[in-house]
Design a protein around this ligand. Structure first.
Ligand code: FAD
Length: 481
C-alpha cells in the first residue's frame, strides 16, 4: 500500500500544475519543496529594502494568459489579479527614439512607417488565432494540431532564424523590435526557431498583453497552492530530496527537477544509457540578475518606454545580435542585451508610495561568476540618463548563484535547457513521451520537458497525464486539452 498516490518533488509552477492535475483526478498528492519558500521560479521577496517586493525569477506573464492550465475556472480570481502595463514591451534606440509593441497591431504598425503594411501582414492573421497558436505551442507537438492552417503558417515562419524573418522589414525600428523580443530565446539570432520566439511573444502581446501579477509572482504560486489544498493535496517546504530513498512511498513520483537533478537523485537506479542521455542535455547560457529599489520611476528618454512593462535594452538589432552571439561563444558582452521590467507601471503595490522596484538580467556564459551589475546599469543609463541617481539599494545574483538558489537553473540557465531545434521537440532525451523515465512510476515534469521554459504549468500537466495514463487508468496523455 502506498502512503499517498503521488509525490511531486519541487514546487515550481510545473510541480504544482502536476500536483493539481493528479489531485483533480481524485488522487492523494504531496509536494516536497527543498527551499523554505514554495514556488520555484514564481516567488516574491523583499530582496533589497523593507517594503520593496521583488520577483526572484519570473515577472512578466504572457504565458499564464495563454496557458490552458490557467484557463481553468478555479483561476478566474487569479486572472483578475493580473495587471496589464499599457504598453507590453518597448525597445529604446537612443535619445527620444524607441520602438514598441502596443496592444493593437494597427497602433504598432502605425509607428513603423514604410514597414506598417508588412507588420500588419505578418501579425494580423496570427493575432486573430492567438489561442489556437498558444494551444499548439504549449503542448509537446506529438499530435496533429487542431488548426493546421494557422499553426502551419506560424510554424513555417517560426522555424526561421529571426534575422531571416527580419528581412521582411526595412526600418531599424521593426528590426530592433523583432531582435529584442526574439532574444528571450537565449540563442544566437542566426539560430533556427528564434523567429518563433519573436512571433509567439509578439502575438501574445497584441492578443492578451504581458501582465505582471498584483503583489508579485508569488500571487500565482499562492493561487496554485490554494487550489491544490482545496483538492486535498499538501505542500511541505524545507524538504530537499537527495535520493530515491528519501521519497515517501507512492504509486507515482514526479520530479520537478533538472535532468542533472534527476540523475543525482536516482543515481545507479537509472540505466547507464539513460543517465548518459541526460548528461548530454544542453542547458545553454545563464543569466546575471539584478533587482533595484529606486526612489522614483526610471527616466527613460523615450516617452513610450515610460509606459512599458518590459524593456529590451541593448540598442540596434545588430547590437543585440552581437551581444547574444558573444554570450553563446562564451564571452561577457561589454554592452549586454538586457531584459528590464518595471512592474510599477501596472502594480503600485511593489514599493512604498512614490518609490519603484526594477528587475533586470543579462545573458552570460553558463556557470558565470561574473557580476554584470555595472554593465547592466550602464546600458540602462545610456537610454535613461539619471537612472543611477535613483538607486536606493540593489541585489545581484550571478549565474552561478542562480543555480545555488534553485538547482533547476543549471549554470544559471533559466530556460530549463537550450531552445535548440532538437531540444524543442525532444527534451531532455529522444523519447516520444519524454516525461517517462526508465524507472516504473517515476516521471520528470519540469521545464526541461516539453513545452519548455516559462510560467504556464503545461510540462507538469502533460507529465501528470502520462502518470495518470500509465498507473491510474487515465486517457491518452496527448489528447486535446
Ligand atoms: C531570473 C529568471 C527570470 C525569469 N523570468 C520569467 C518571466 O518573466 N516569465 C516567465 O514566464 N518565465 C520566466 N522565467 C522562467 C520560469 O521561472 C521557469 O521556466 C519556471 O519557473 C519553470 O518552472 P518549473 O516548475 O519547471 O521549475 P522551477 O520553477 O525552477 O521550480 C523547481 C522547484 O523544485 C525545487 N527543487 C529542485 N530540486 C529539488 C530537490 N532535490 N528536492 C526538493 N525540491 C527541489 C526547487 O527548489 C524549485 O522550487 C524566469 C526564470 C528566472 C530564473
Amino acid at each position: 500500500m502506498s502512503a499517498v498516490d503521488a509525490v511531486v518533488v519541487g514546487s515550481g509552477p510545473n510541480g504544482l500544475a502536476a500536483a493539481i492535475t493528479m489531485a483533480r483526478a481524485g488522487l492523494s498528492v504531496t509536494v516536497l519543496e527543498g527551499d523554505d519558500l514554495v514556488g520555484g521560479g514564481c516567488r516574491t521577496q523583499e530582496a533589497t529594502l523593507p517594503g520593496f517586493r521583488h520577483d526572484v525569477c519570473s515577472i512578466a506573464h504572457p504565458l499564464v494568459m495563454a496557458s490552458p492550465f490557467f484557463r481553468h475556472p478555479s483561476f478566474d480570481g487569479l486572472r483578475e489579479r493580473l495587471r496589464q502595463p499599457e504598453v507590453p514591451f518597448a525597445h529604446p534606440l537612443g535619445g527620444e527614439t524607441a520602438t514598441a509593441a502596443h496592444r493593437s497591431v494597427d497602433e504598432t504598425a502605425a509607428t513603423l512607417g514604410a514597414d506598417a503594411a508588412a507588420y500588419r501582414r505578418l501579425f494580423s492573421p496570427l493575432v486573430e488565432h492567438a489561442d489556437q497558436i498558444a494551444d499548439a505551442v504549449l503542448a509537446p507537438l506529438r499530435t496533429l494540431p487542431d488548426h493546421p492552417v494557422t499553426v502551419g503558417r506560424f510554424g513555417l515562419a517560426g522555424l526561421l532564424p529571426v534575422q531571416a524573418l527580419s528581412r521582411r522589414f526595412r526600418s531599424a525600428e521593426a528590426r530592433a523590435l523583432l531582435a529584442g523580443v526574439s532574444a528571450h530565446s537565449m540563442s544566437p539570432l542566426t539560430a533556427p526557431l528564434t523567429a518563433a520566439f519573436a512571433l509567439l511573444l509578439t502575438v501574445l502581446a497584441h492578443a492578451q498583453g504581458w501582465p505582471v501579477a498584483e503583489g508579485g509572482s508569488a500571487t500565482l504560486t499562492d493561487a496554485m497552492v490554494a487550489e491544490l489544498e482545496r483538492l486535498g493535496g499538501t505542500v511541505s517546504t524545507g524538504h530537499w530530496v537527495g535520493s530515491l530513498d528519501e521519497v515517501p512511498r507512492a504509486t507515482a513520483v514526479l520530479f520537478d527537477t533538472s535532468p542533472k537533478g534527476l540523475a543525482a537523485i536516482a543515481g545507479d537506479a537509472l540505466p547507464t544509457r539513460y543517465t548518459r542521455a541526460l548528461g548530454r542535455f544542453r542547458y545553454g547560457p545563464g543569466v546575471c540578475k539584478v533587482d533595484w529599489a529606486l526612489s522614483g520611476p526610471v527616466p527613460w528618454s523615450a516617452a513610450v518606454c515610460r509606459r512599458a512593462g518590459t524593456l529590451h535594452v541593448g540598442g540596434t538589432a545588430a547590437e543585440v545580435a552581437a551581444s547574444e552571439a558573444g554570450v553563446w561563444a562564451g564571452r561577457h558582452p561589454a554592452r549586454p542585451y538586457c531584459l528590464v521590467v518595471q512592474p510599477g507601471v501596472a502594480d503600485p503595490s511593489r514599493a512604498p508610495a512614490g518609490r519603484q522596484t526594477l528587475w533586470a538580467y543579462c545573458h552570460v556564459p553558463s556557470g558565470s561568476t561574473v557580476d554584470m551589475t555595472g554593465a547592466i546599469e550602464q546600458q540602462i543609463e545610456r537610454f535613461a540618463p539619471g537612472f543611477s541617481d535613483l538607486i536606493l539599494a540593489r541585489a545581484t545574483r550571478t549565474a552561478a548563484q542562480e543555480e545555488l538558489a534553485d538547482p533547476n537553473y543549471v549554470g544559471g540557465a533559466i530556460t530549463g535547457g537550450a531552445a535548440t531545434l532538437r531540444q524543442t521537440m525532444f527534451r531532455p532525451t529522444m523519447q516520444w513521451n519524454p516525461y517517462r523515465t526508465p524507472l516504473a512510476g517515476v516521471y520528470l515534469c519540469s521545464a526541461s520537458t516539453p513545452p519548455g521554459a516559462g510560467v504556464h504549468g503545461m510540462c507538469g500537466v502533460f507529465a501528470a497525464r502520462t502518470a495518470l495514463h500509465d498507473l491510474f487508468g487515465g486517457g491518452s496523455p496527448f489528447d486535446a486539452h
